[in-house]
Design a protein around this ligand. Sequence first.
Ligand code: 4AD
Length: 457
Amino acid sequence: MKHTDIAKVLRDASLMGQEVTVCGWVRTARDSAAVAFLEITDGTSFSRLQVVVDKNNLSLDPECTKCGASVRAKGIVVKAFKGDGAELNATEVTLLGKCPSEYPIQKKRTTLDFLRGIPHLRLRTNTFAAVFRVRSVAAQAVHRYFHERGYYYINTPLITASDCEGAGEMFRVTTQPWDAKYESEEAYYKDDFFGKKAGLSVSGQLEGEVAATALGRIYTFGPSFRAENSNTTRHLAEFWHIEPEIAFAELPDVLEVAEEMVKYLIRAVLSECPEEIAFFDKFMEPGLRDKLTHVAESEFGVLDYTEAIEILKKADREFKFPVEWGCDLQTEHERYITEEVFKKPVFVVNYPKEIKSFYMKQNADGKTVAAADLLVPGVGEIIGGSEREADPDKLLAAMKVRGMDLSAYEQYISLRTFGTVPHGGFGLGFERFVMYVTGMENIRDVTLFPRTVKNIM
Ligand code: 4AD
């Protein structure tokens, strides 16, 4: 169907006085005996186009004035009555699809909670359309960032036999119905599709290391799956994960890339989505634009885990989870550090080895590993990364301490025997990043069809 994007009609001055055809959904309509004003949107821009219908010259199907109806309008682009923009003086308006009056997306603002119940329609609201435009711009910027710096884009398997994080949060993949005849788990999986226990990948990192130790610099951008029983505003069972992996790199190199990438993505969103950011600034997080501009220009903090514990212990506040060296940082701790102490993004580095994954480089102190989490105000952790353990003996020892099944990681371990190199990388949770740049407070609201505990729509 030949038509012009509303974004183009609104922005392209050369269309003034020209005849165009636009298509869209009616967001609001004012109708009188002589004239009707239809505000329509086609998703291409934050602003809507006003279509003016002179009813003395044009008969208008009353169905076209119903909120949610889809229409095609032909007409002349003219200067808007109010402001500097454009509007359309219609010469023809055709109804494409009727919409009943029970349409749930009406003019009045509806709650995010209510909209979560209608994921198939919520993108028609300003808020969700803006979130998904920002999400798309950020995703394109991810690929641009890495491509411009010579990283190769790698696709790692989604079905895997090895649990990268070793946290037992893998969804199982099986074609086997349960049958009581099996005496052991091993016998059961032997008959399964892959002949062994398989699951959905929690991270592409282990395969990413394979690629980086041949190609130098790679990144993945795909879904990861976690069967975490965490019904929080920051956890999804299926999220999108950006994971660069860099050969010949130590922890400070990894932090440098992470900081530069986050700032690059923020700048892309600020420059490509000004209307969306202005909207979020007004309705979701006052001060958002200044926050993002400031973050893109300032240096991120770096804090040793041990110092973080000291800061938390001295804090004049009761935490729900007590703080002791060796404890994992909870969201309340992360947010205190980044929101109240640093007031900007901060990397916490060198965590106790017991609370981190087996693959992280063991520091000379024998107690900590070269890990880094990036914490940001409002969200908490958005990046987890590390330098990887390059020494095969130390890696094996760490795996044995954790009682891991070494047979599932033979190839991974052998990378350390065949020309091992210092290397590292990180994972950015894409939805958490989108929350940070839009000010949306619930991860379900930056995801098209969120999958969470006891919820799949
Ligand atoms: O800290 P994580 O578990 O690190 C890894 O998976 C490493 N293998 C990454 C790497 O070094 N290549 O996860 C990385 C990030 C987190 O900081 C968070 O932003 C996001 O992934 N994430 C989730 N996002 C939404 N829902 C969940 N359940 C998430 N779990 C992790």
